[in-house]
Design a protein around this ligand. Structure first.
Ligand code: DGY
Length: 319
């Protein structure tokens, strides 16, 4: 008998076709967001759940899952929405989808940098609302990206692709990570042993780190003070790494010239002041949202399920 897989969101057609071929999927054609009670109810009799980061699998939810659930194969690289310790305690295997979304997320990070630096939100609004009346040397002057210093917190897979793309703008790459990377991965990037050491060298600051209790509110008022005046902050990792009140205060004072954000605390009910500020360039958590990457994420999640049900170790096991 093919294992029953609860799929929490609408997935690409090619991924759902493969699910139908190899499993008994419980699909969500209307792409409704299941509340935890409904998710638990729908999991009855299923052997696997294929969730996205939109489903919070807290310890409490995991405790209520039926005994039939043996694996949670995430359709996401991030797994901060799953309580790994709780899954482990119940003997539930957890996997993610690394690597396949690095290009798409790095592309979006470059978009955030350019959009924030060149005031793309303001400019687009002017054109769309017919308020663009004139041209002058002082009109819509932004910050040049070319040749600037880019500081990356977390030079993992996505961070390294962002660094590669940024080198196309002749940027000098600085980074902080838990440990120094081997030279072939650094590719000339300058290592800083602490975030505090990195920040003064960041004309642009990009986050590509994992959301953990240690990285929560990593960018706070004290650290913002260490940035050069007029630095630009971008984030395509997780909103939790930023202290919103501190960043908003810095955007208002001009200490931070602009921010490009794709991820937020409490999505989609983000801090309302981000919407009001002229110097924010805001995207709705779409770092990995390309057709190619969505397919690849789905296939990667299925590769993990296939390995698990064939009795092999899934390639992307995180718990
Ligand atoms: C990820 O894969 O973690 C992205 O944020 C989309 O969920």
């Amino acid at each position: 008998m093919k294992p029953v897989v609860l799929v929490t969101r609408k997935l690409p057609d090619a991924v759902e076709d493969r699910l139908r071929r190899d499993y008994q999927p419980r699909l969500n054609p209307d792409d409704r967001l299941y509340a935890s009670d409904e998710l638990v109810a729908r999991a009855a009799g299923a052997a696997a759940i294929l969730p996205c980061h939109t489903e919070r699998l807290s310890a409490e939810v995991i405790a209520r899952l039926p005994d039939s659930i043996r694996i949670i194969a995430n359709f996401s690289v991030g797994f901060d929405h799953v309580d790994l310790a709780a899954a482990k305690a119940r003997g539930i295997v957890v996997t993610n989808t690394p690597e396949v979304l690095s290009d798409a997320t790095a592309e979006l990070t470059i978009l955030l940098m350019l959009g924030a630096a060149r005031r793309a939100s303001e400019g687009e609004r002017l054109v769309r609302t017919r308020q663009w009346r004139d041209w002058s040397p002082s009109f819509m002057v932004g910050t040049q990206v070319t040749g600037k210093r880019l500081g990356i917190v977390g030079l993992g897979r996505v961070g390294r692709v962002t660094a590669r793309r940024a080198r196309g703008f002749d940027m000098e790459i600085h980074y902080h990570d838990l440990q120094r990377l081997p030279p072939e991965q650094e590719a000339g990037a300058i290592f800083h042993p602490t975030v505090e050491d990195l920040l003064p060298d960041c004309d642009f600051l990009a986050f590509h780190c994992v959301a953990t209790p240690q990285t929560r509110k990593m960018l706070n008022a004290e650290r913002i003070a260490l940035l050069p005046d007029g630095a630009i902050v971008v984030n395509a990792s997780r909103g939790t790494v930023i202290d919103d009140e501190a960043l908003i205060a810095a955007l208002k004072s001009g200490k931070v010239a602009a921010a490009g954000l794709d991820v937020y605390n409490n999505e989609p009910d983000i801090h309302p002041e981000y919407r009001e500020l002229p110097n924010t360039f805001l995207m709705p958590h779409i770092g990995s949202a390309t057709q190619e990457t969505r397919d690849a994420m789905g296939f990667r999640a299925l590769d993990n399920l296939d390995a698990f049900f064939a009795g092999r170790e899934p390639g992307d096991r995180v718990a």
